[in-house]
Design a protein around this ligand. Structure first.
Ligand SMILES: [Mg+2]
Length: 383
């Protein structure tokens, strides 16, 4: 079975609020692109890329000679060839992002062809359910508290709050936000804090991060994410050694090789690759296994789409060192793209799909809504 065509379905109209520059946040902003791989036998798979269509299209043009006519059922091999063959262009950037989406789609195809969920093809499933944590933006206006209350009503038992004014106004503001969040969720719900140190011109270094980690310990924070600039390897190494609470990071790194020093030097307690950027499922699973062998937990970064979430769920099923999955909520690029809504158990856990491939059904109306009327190609094997 060979790759015959690559289709791009750019998403517009519901980009979630995040750390983007205001100039990027127009109604027609496109920061996420779905990718569809079509095979010569009519089987199709879908992936997701955390990158605009313009860049993905350019990357696909570069990769085109190495993509069309190659095996569609050897995802790790095909993706590795793409990495190697494009070594001199866009390495670690848009090329790697685009390969991420292709890799996810190829795993989806292999799952459909074999009738197995991707997690089983990766070696097997350690778990059938996983605890999602709801990612919410911080605010000092009451909105965060309302969002937390709404999340509790929806059954979430873990929340990550981040960005907004945290680390950007004063230490007193930071503490007030954390105190308020802890009051709303109570003592039995997990609370994580994301400083968002990959924001442009992040002003803080090691001392701020260490002092803040001590404040966060008083509120039983499960982990402190991105308290430093994303490339500050030595700062993270020092902080992880001295912080009283676990340190998480690495969401902006790409390529498995970039993670090696972070894991080998224990610069983080929890590693957070993003499957729609890092190189896809093949790359992320190897990072998760490398981390597991060093007793580092694997927490997929999931600020993307329902397709990205589906890939994360397969990864956390197959990775022994997974405890949570990120679930941005509510998010139209997740909720509206799914044919069946995600159901949470009374214990606040998500069922991990065990159908073929990514194991989720896509909502054609939702896809059409955010792509200007585009549709996925019907697959010769579906479920
Ligand atoms: Mg983050």
């Amino acid at each position: 079975m060979k790759i015959e065509n690559i289709r791009l379905l750019p998403l517009r109209g519901a980009t979630p609020d995040g750390g983007w520059d205001e100039k990027l946040l127009r109604d027609d902003t496109n920061l996420h692109t779905l990718i569809e791989v079509v095979t010569d036998e009519g089987v199709t798979g879908v992936g997701s890329v955390f990158t605009s269509e313009t860049l993905v299209r350019g990357a696909i043009e570069v990769l085109h000679p190495f993509l069309i006519g190659v095996s569609a059922i050897d995802p790790t091999v095909t993706s590795e060839r793409l990495h190697q063959q494009s070594f001199w262009q866009g390495r670690g950037g848009a090329i790697t992002h685009a390969i991420s989406g292709i890799d996810i789609a190829l795993w989806d195809i292999l799952g459909k062809v074999t009738g197995q969920p991707i997690s089983r093809l990766l070696g097997g499933r350690y778990r059938e359910t996983i605890k999602p944590y709801a990612s919410l933006l911080m605010s000092d206006s009451g909105q965060m508290e309302r969002d937390l209350e709404a999340g509790l009503m929806r059954g979430f038992r873990a929340f990550k709050i981040g960005w907004g004014p945290f680390g950007r106004v004063s230490s007193a503001t930071d503490q007030r936000i954390i105190q308020s969040a802890r009051q709303v969720v109570g003592d039995d719900v997990e609370l994580m804090v994301d400083a968002g140190g990959s924001d442009a011109f992040w002003p803080h270094g090691y001392k701020w991060a260490l002092n803040t980690s001590k404040m966060l310990e008083d509120y039983a924070i499960t982990w402190f994410e991105e308290p430093l600039r994303p490339d500050d390897l030595n700062g993270y190494r020092l902080l992880t050694e001295n912080s009283p609470i676990p340190i998480a990071g690495c969401e902006v790194l790409t390529r498995r090789q970039a993670f090696v020093p972070w894991i080998e030097q224990r610069a983080i307690d929890y590693v957070q690759p993003d499957v729609t950027k890092v190189g896809g499922i093949s790359e992320e699973f190897r990072i998760a296994e490398l981390a597991d062998d060093r007793s580092i937990l694997f927490v997929p970064h999931g600020w993307n789409t329902a397709v990205g979430l589906a890939a994360d769920l397969q990864l956390v099923a197959a990775a022994r060192n997974a405890r949570w999955v990120e679930y941005l909520t509510p998010s139209r690029y997740i909720d509206d793209l799914l044919l069946e809504p995600i159901i949470m158990s009374d214990q606040g856990e998500l069922q991990i799909p065990d159908g073929p491939g990514l194991g989720m059904r896509w909502n054609p109306d939702g896809i059409a809504k955010y792509t200007g009327g585009m549709t996925l190609t019907s697959s010769a094997i579906s479920f």
